[in-house]
Structure formats: C-alpha cells, structure tokens
Design a protein around this ligand. Structure first.
Ligand code: HEM
Length: 184
C-alpha cells in the first residue's frame, strides 16, 4: 500500500509544484515534436529534483572495493542516497535547476546509467515503476488540460525528507481554470 500510494502522491505533488514554478513549461506541455513526450521529460526531471524515495539501503553480501580504495565490508548496511546522486554537480550541472530538457533523448544519451534512479536499481528496484509513470502522466495531463497551476506565495515550500520526500506544511498551489481555450 505504502509503495504504491505515497510515492506517486509525492511524485505528482512535486511535478505540479515544479511546473507551477515554471509556467513556461506548462505552456509547452501539450506540444510534441520530440521523440519523447514532453510530459515524460517533465515528470522525470521532477523525479530527479524531488525523488519521492530519497534513499534506499542495502546490506553488502560481499566486500565491496570502491574506486578510492576504501572497502565496504561484507555484512555492512549502506544507505544509498538517491537524493544525493540526483544533486551531484559532477553528474548534473546546476543540479537545483528544474530543466526537463535534461531528459531530451539527445541530452540524456551520455548519462551514466545510475545517475537517475528514482525507482532504485538492480534486482529489487521498483516493481511498479511503469504503472507509476503511466498514472502520473494521466493525472498530470488531465490536470493541465483544465487548469494552470500557480504557486501560493503565502505558503513557502520546505522539503522534508521522511521515508518519502514531503513538504513540511503541505504543498499549496492555486488552480486556475483554463476556460474557453481548451473547452472544445
Ligand atoms: C513515483 C512513484 C514511485 C517511486 C518513486 C517508487 C520508488 C521505489 C523504490 C526506490 C523502490 C526500491 C526500494 C529499495 O530499493 O529498498 C521501490 C520498490 C517497490 N515499489 Fe515503488 N515506487 C513508486 C511507485 C510504485 C507503485 C505505483 C507501486 C505498485 C503499484 C510500487 C511498488 C513497489 C514494490 C512492491 C516495491 C518492492 C519491490 C521489491 O522489493 O522487490 N511502487 N519503489
């Protein structure tokens, strides 16, 4: 229950927040012209900047030698920071900037394979990731078809990492009906 609900709720809240911060991407939202739908790029970039699951843990089943010579001994439990990886400036230039074009297939082809791992990696990664992406695409498309999302300036947003990445006092946005333009 936890895996399938809080995660997508967090993912959706943060992508709406990121698009509220960047109205220019909301305007582009319905357009295509790229081999990857722009909606997928917006969602992926939001999962990078605000990964719903900020960290996972693993126990080493054997000694692991790191490139700098350090050894993680067998049996050790390691915390792997997805949030940290997604904000590593060596991998993601200007990591705090929300830019869906990072996930333009042209730009992302040289990305190291583990640079983006909101659904974790390896044999115990997220079993629901395709479903989650589909769910978020549908909800986002139906929302942006009818509304413009705007920030509520009176309620500042402060990230709060629990097991899931949340916002301290909720994530408040204004929804403005789009009206005539989209009614047909
Ligand atoms: C944006 C949405 C989601 C995110 C970011 C997410 C993220 C993750 C992550 C990071 C893990 C790995 C945990 C670990 O390695 O310890 C995981 C595992 C899992 N997820 Fe998701 N998840 C999402 C949506 C879903 C949905 C919609 C479902 C079910 C329909 C789901 C079901 C699961 C299950 C069952 C596991 C455990 C798999 C295993 O241990 O073999 N998740 N998820």
């Amino acid at each position: 229950m936890f895996e399938g609900h809080d995660t997508t709720a967090s993912g959706l809240s943060w992508v709406l927040y990121n698009l509220a911060c960047h109205p220019e991407y909301q305007e582009r939202y319905g357009c295509s012209g790229c081999s990857m739908p722009f909606s997928t790029m917006c969602i992926k970039e939001s999962l990078r900047l605000h990964p719903p699951v900020p960290a996972v843990s693993r126990r080493c089943t054997e000694d692991i030698k790191l490139p700098d010579g350090c050894v993680l001994p067998k049996g050790n439990v390691c915390l792997i920071s997805i949030y940290g990886t997604h904000h590593n400036p060596a991998v993601w230039p200007e990591p705090q900037v929300y830019d869906p074009h990072r996930f333009d297939p042209e730009n992302s082809k040289n990305q190291p394979p583990q640079a983006f791992m909101p659904f974790s990696a390896g044999p115990r990664n997220c079993i629901g990731q395709n479903f989650a992406m589909a769910e978020m695409k549908v909800v986002l498309a139906l929302t942006l078809l009818r509304f413009a999302v705007r920030l509520d300036e009176s309620r500042p947003v402060r990230r709060k990492p629990e097991l899931i990445l949340r916002s301290e006092n909720g994530l408040w946005l204004h929804l403005e009906p789009l009206g005539a333009i989209h009614s047909h």
